[in-house]
Design a protein around this ligand. Structure first.
Ligand SMILES: Cc1cc2nc3c(=O)[nH]c(=O)nc-3n(C[C@H](O)[C@H](O)[C@H](O)COP(=O)(O)OP(=O)(O)OC[C@H]3O[C@@H](n4cnc5c(N)ncnc54)[C@H](O)[C@@H]3O)c2cc1C
Length: 341
């Protein structure tokens, strides 16, 4: 199918030095689902200096059309030229929905594009759906709107936000919220080369140097995560969490209370303002299970919770509940695992 511009679901994909960011690929899987529901098509938009080779992986992940915006001046991300190029393309093609990853780049770029197009934008969505809406003030019925779903008011409620009157409907979505589906190399799609019109005005910012720091922890792709919370009690006692993670070959995660308590670095935080994870196994130790923590780990394949409070909310989503003192239970788990391994 070629792209029906009025019903297209776009994903603005990200790349760095020719490597695609996972979040764009995750979003393409969701875009295909949304497009099917509104009877539309999917497209990816990718900008940079030499992005043509990235069209194939984007098609394999579900893009029916890939817009490649190639320009030497887009080699390194800066806000204005990227925003101009994408907004101009959207003005011409009039997509129904445009999705961005809620990455540093996406959080910078999406508001600029939205403001240029004068449409709404919901940041940091944790889910997207298609649904109808009736404006009770005017009695107007709207069909097939994008429900932009995210926690609001300190995560005390889950808000569903719609943009009934303006197009495109735009949202940024957190990494890891949607699964990264396997690519299908047999898929075919159309590649459309786009020549951006950039003026000196957009090129006011120049990147002189870039310093990248490798993340010490890779929670997103970990298959096993052992997380500690305030119940661990101290930075020193966090070695128990590391020992269990090491024994299982997993990564160390943490609740925000553990991070705020100085037990562990912020890179390890799981949850609404940390990383969203989907490991096969998640072991929550001394974590109460507040909604902001659960938002980042409830899609784990198996959840084991260790907590000395039998009424801790974490037990509502745990597949296995161990009620007791983590200081006694974790050494027993390590011993049991090592003696069987
Ligand atoms: C806008 C916003 C964003 C947030 N983002 C995040 C986020 O990304 N991630 C996140 O985690 N939180 C986040 N929070 C904070 C969240 O609301 C909770 O405060 C936090 O998750 C609590 O961490 P905790 O479960 O470790 O601590 P607590 O709630 O204090 O729970 C500690 C638990 O340990 C148990 N315990 C104590 N001693 C032991 C023991 N010896 N053995 C076994 N169990 C024991 C207790 O019974 C208790 O259940 C956010 C909050 C807000 C308002």
């Amino acid at each position: 199918m070629t792209e029906d511009t009025n019903k297209a679901v776009w994903v603005v994909a990200e790349q760095d030095d020719g490597t695609l960011h996972d979040v764009g690929l995750e979003l393409l899987g969701k875009a295909a689902e949304l497009a099917e529901q509104i009877g539309g098509t999917t497209a990816a938009v990718i900008a940079g200096a030499d992005v043509a080779p990235l069209a194939d992986p984007l098609i394999a992940h579900g893009a029916e059309t890939v817009y490649t915006i190639n320009d030497e001046r887009l080699a390194t991300y800066t806000t204005l030229p990227y925003a101009r190029a994408i907004a101009d393309l959207a003005r011409e093609k009039r997509p129904e929905i445009v999705l961005f990853g809620a990455t540093m780049l996406g959080r910078d770029l999406a508001p600029r594009v939205a403001s240029d197009l004068q449409c709404g934008l919901t940041a940091d969505c944790t889910d997207l759906k298609i649904g109808d809406y009736t404006d009770t003030r005017t009695g107007t019925d709207y069909k097939n709107l994008l429900y932009q779903i995210r926690p609001a008011f300190g995560a005390s409620i889950i808000a569903t936000i719609v943009s009934p009157d303006h197009r495109p409907q735009m949202a940024t979505v957190r990494e890891g919220v949607f699964p990264l589906l396997d690519p299908d190399e047999s898929r075919t799609g159309e590649v459309v080369e786009v020549e951006p019109t950039l003026t000196d005005e957009e090129m006011v910012a120049r990147v002189i140097d870039r310093v990248t720091e490798e993340k010490a922890v890779n929670l997103k792709s970990a298959q096993v995560i052992v997380s500690g919370g305030a119940g661990v009690g101290s930075a020193d006692n966090f070695k128990l969490i590391r020992e269990l993670a090491d024994a299982l070959g997993g990564e160390v995660g943490a609740s925000r209370a553990a991070v705020d308590g100085g037990y562990i670095d912020r890179d390890h935080q799981v949850g609404q303002t940390g990383t969203t994870v989907r490991p096969k196994l998640y072991i929550a130790c001394g974590i109460s299970g507040q909604v902001q923590h659960r938002a980042g780990m409830q899609e784990a394949g198996t959840i084991i919770a260790i907590n000395n409070d039998p009424d801790a909310p974490i037990f509502q989503i745990a597949h296995y509940a161990i009620v007791g003192d983590l200081n006694e239970i974790i050494p027993k788990l390590i011993h049991a695992y090592k003696s069987k391994a």
